[in-house]
Design a protein around this ligand. Structure first.
Ligand SMILES: *[C@@H]1O[C@H](CO)[C@@H](O)[C@H](O)[C@H]1NC(C)=O
Ligand SMILES: *[C@@H]1O[C@H](CO)[C@@H](O)[C@H](O)[C@H]1NC(C)=O
Ligand SMILES: *[C@@H]1O[C@H](CO)[C@@H](O)[C@H](O)[C@H]1NC(C)=O
Ligand SMILES: *[C@@H]1O[C@H](CO)[C@@H](O)[C@H](O)[C@H]1NC(C)=O
Ligand SMILES: *[C@@H]1O[C@H](CO)[C@@H](O)[C@H](O)[C@H]1NC(C)=O
Ligand SMILES: *[C@@H]1O[C@H](CO)[C@@H](O)[C@H](O)[C@H]1NC(C)=O
Length: 296
């Protein structure tokens, strides 16, 4: 697959005019999503290290830290490296800083996916979303920045919104499905960076020093341990396997986020609306499954 990296395409303007999603727009969205996914990975790793040395090594040369494997998945080493380099200067408070960066990047991903989930006439869909959003759930259960979500779909639009300001910050994602799915995604990406079974074993041993910090970052460290602490004869993760996990899990996370964000979990009418209006073909470029069964 080939992606054009045109950072200048204005996504929202393109969509507001009701244009069909061009490949260029989708490629740009994909690139933004991968940059933000890289930022999440970088901060998850940086924020859970107990010593400066590995983070500093990654800041000096990210190719040596992840063995260049992350780039093969379409992630952006420069973004991961940037997170590491910022973290080295704020190590005393890197968990708190990591959390805020992870939350911002996760919000950017959700917004970018949702902006591109609908077909040729997204305005009506945005209006529907804007009316249905539960900002409390977006803050408290998804640990996303509900202000940014509201701005993306509701600002300057001629219809009423049930906008509420966030009441408080949530440190850990409250929804268990997303918490565990996001942890499994992290575990896969982290484990995939091992070049040898010995590498993986060293990461397993480091895990014992990382797990406290992982808890603070909303990572289920049991899942990470299960991915790292394996016998030497267990095969390493392959590129294809890891790529499929990225696609499947990010689709599952998106579906669950959207269900909670619009209170659709137990609402068949809303699920039917989402099934009908989400344009599956467009999602293929976003690291998500091209699957016409989303919400159906
Ligand atoms: C993340 O997404 C936002 C909005 O789509 C974009 O402006 C930004 O460049 C992306 N990349 C990073 C590394 O944050
Ligand atoms: C970074 O690490 C890679 C892999 O270990 C190595 O090939 C490369 O030469 C290093 N680059 C620098 C600038 O040290
Ligand atoms: C760490 O960062 C958080 C959030 O940015 C802040 O509230 C807290 O005061 C900081 N703690 C220290 C010790 O700097
Ligand atoms: C919004 O989400 C919160 C949980 O975060 C829930 O308690 C509340 O009932 C939801 N509101 C509606 C209208 O479903
Ligand atoms: C963390 O993951 C383990 C292993 O999958 C699971 O048994 C446990 O329930 C999870 N913890 C939470 C709080 O979801
Ligand atoms: C869509 O996803 C469902 C459930 O995950 C799966 O059973 C089905 O085979 C998928 N369909 C396609 C066309 O990939």
């Amino acid at each position: 697959m080939k992606f054009i990296s045109v950072a200048t395409v204005c996504l929202v303007a393109g969509l507001a005019h009701g244009a069909a999603l061009s490949e260029k727009v989708l490629a740009s969205a994909h690139s933004q999503i991968m940059a933000n996914a890289s930022s999440i990975l970088g901060w998850q790793v940086a924020g859970s290290q107990q010593s400066l040395a590995p983070v500093d090594q990654g800041c000096q040369n990210i190719s040596s830290f992840g063995h260049g494997h992350w780039a093969a998945l379409g992630l952006k080493p420069a973004v991961i490296e940037e997170a590491f380099c910022i973290a080295t200067t704020r190590v005393s408070n890197s968990s708190a800083l990591s959390l805020s960066q992870i939350k911002l990047a996760a919000t950017n991903i959700f917004v970018a996916q949702l902006l591109h989930a609908f077909g040729d006439d997204p305005e009506l869909s945005y209006q529907w979303l804007c009316q249905k959003f539960n900002y409390t759930a977006i803050n408290d259960e998804l640990a996303l920045n509900s202000g940014l979500v509201g701005q993306a779909f509701c600002a300057n639009r001629p219809y009423a919104t049930a906008w509420v300001n966030p009441t408080h910050d949530v440190l850990v994602v409250a929804d268990y499905f997303i918490y565990n799915m996001a942890s499994a995604l992290f575990a896969t990406l982290y484990s995939f960076s091992a070049s040898t079974a010995t590498d993986r074993w060293v990461m397993c041993e480091q895990y014992f020093y990382m797990f406290q910090a992982q808890l603070q970052e909303g990572i289920n460290s049991t899942i990470v341990r299960n991915a790292l602490c394996l016998d030497h004869d267990e095969p390493l993760l392959t590129l294809d396997y890891s790529r499929n996990i990225m696609t499947d899990f990010s689709t599952d996370i998106f579906v669950r986020q959207l269900s909670l964000a619009v209170n659709a979990v137990d609402d068949e009418e809303k699920q039917a609306w989402l099934c009908e209006n989400i344009q599956h073909g467009d999602l293929g470029l976003l690291g998500m499954t091209v699957n016409n069964t989303m919400f159906c």
